[in-house]
Ligand binder design. Structure first.
Ligand SMILES: [Zn+2]
Length: 237
């Protein structure tokens, strides 16, 4: 059957949607640490899981590799990225440069409804901190990242928002590899203090608190090289 230009366009659009959906789903799995650094992501498995062709699976994995979340190795396929200590330092250095700027933009635009939304996120995060079990831990990790993403949304800059999605996801990988405490990647109280400063329209204080907060997350990391701790070698994948 001959396809019309409209049908071709629709097929293109739905391919784009699938790629985006797979990309978001895998990114979420990485952020929530359901997928470990170094885990193999075969095109066939990804295709079967999402019921799409290998071509679409490959496109999604390629897109994630541009974000630094997946590494595609010649003849070996795709893996969840395994950030080096140097990359880890660069990710946090980028956050220290970017997040105060986003926070200043957000402070200039923030509405009472936005403050209320941030407080709701904090309530959820606080409840999850109290709960036990791996599902609650995963939800808490997601919620703490969502706080940083919500501030990027309030800033109104879609490009910075995308950039933050990448930085939060890559931070999560780094914390999965080098984090020492099993607790949250983010200090819940520190998030609350940042919201207080935003509500009081004290953007300088909010920025100072954010920088301290990022420093605290980084301090919890043990960035010594993990000799003999390479998942790819350990599991021969
Ligand atoms: Zn945080």
């Amino acid at each position: 059957m001959k396809q019309t230009a409209g049908a071709l366009q629709a097929a293109d659009d739905s391919a784009e949607t699938s790629t985006q959906q797979i990309r978001d789903a895998i990114r979420d799995a990485i952020v929530e640490r359901r997928l470990a650094p170094g885990a193999k992501l075969s095109e066939a498995d990804v295709g079967n899981l999402f019921n799409v062709s290998r071509t679409l699976a490959r496109a999604a994995l390629q897109a994630l590799s541009y974000e630094g979340l997946v590494s595609v190795e010649k003849n070996r396929g795709a893996f969840v990225a395994y950030p080096s200590p140097e990359e880890a330092r660069q990710i946090f250095a980028a956050r220290r440069l970017v997040e105060p700027g986003i926070l200043l933009e957000a402070a200039a635009r923030i509405s009472p409804a936005d403050i209320q939304h941030l407080r709701q996120l904090l309530l959820l995060e606080g409840r999850l901190v109290e709960e036990h079990g791996s599902a609650a831990r995963r939800a808490e990790i997601k919620a703490s990242g969502d706080f940083h993403l919500a501030i990027a949304v309030i800033s109104g800059n879609a490009i910075m928002q995308r950039f933050m999605e990448e930085l939060v996801a890559r931070s999560s990988l780094v914390i999965a590899l080098y984090g020492q405490s099993t607790a949250s990647s983010c200090g819940h109280h520190e998030h609350g203090e940042i919201v207080d400063a935003l509500e009081q329209k004290d953007s300088d204080r909010a920025c100072r608190l954010m920088l301290q907060h990022i420093a605290h997350i980084e301090t919890d990391l043990d960035m010594r090289e993990r000799k003999g701790f390479n998942l790819k070698e350990a599991f021969d994948i």
